[in-house]
Design a protein around this ligand. Structure first.
Ligand code: FES
Length: 130
């Protein structure tokens, strides 16, 4: 990855903090489109919610809860594989569209959040999709 997300922090540092944008409704700008390389993940904070911001292998952005539903570890320290995010601790993979785990030991879905692209900006709303 050649560029870091706007306000990006190293994985174990404080998450990047996004400021609400007045003209974006419930959506908050979290980074620029080119800030994350395809197949990478970064942690971000939006309105007090810690999310894993993922750019999948096809370049699409996804936002999911940063906490694994199995043992409460940070999913932004995991690996992106296609359209899934793999938990680094026990290997459950979460679908980036549905939040559902595809295998044990996790059995509970994680929240997934709406993402939109506005020009060069990536915006996230922390009202879960379901
Ligand atoms: S902590 Fe994530 S699968 Fe166990």
């Amino acid at each position: 990855m050649s560029a870091e997300p706007m306000n990006a922090q190293p994985m174990n540092a404080e998450p990047m903090s996004a400021e609400p944008q007045g003209d974006a409704g419930d959506f908050t700008v979290v980074c620029q489109v080119d800030d994350l390389a395809p197949g990478t993940v970064s942690q971000a904070e939006v309105d007090g919610v810690i999310i894993a911001l993922v750019r999948d292998a096809d370049g699409a952005y996804h936002a999911v809860d940063d906490r694994c539903s199995h043992a409460d570890v940070s999913l932004s320290e995991g690996e992106v594989d296609g359209c899934t995010l793999e938990c680094w601790l026990h290997g459950s993979r979460f679908d980036l569209v549905t939040g559902k785990p595809s295998g044990l030991p996790a059995i509970t879905p994680i929240a997934d959040y709406p993402v939109k692209i506005d020009g060069d900006q990536v915006l996230v709303a922390v009202t879960p999709n379901r």
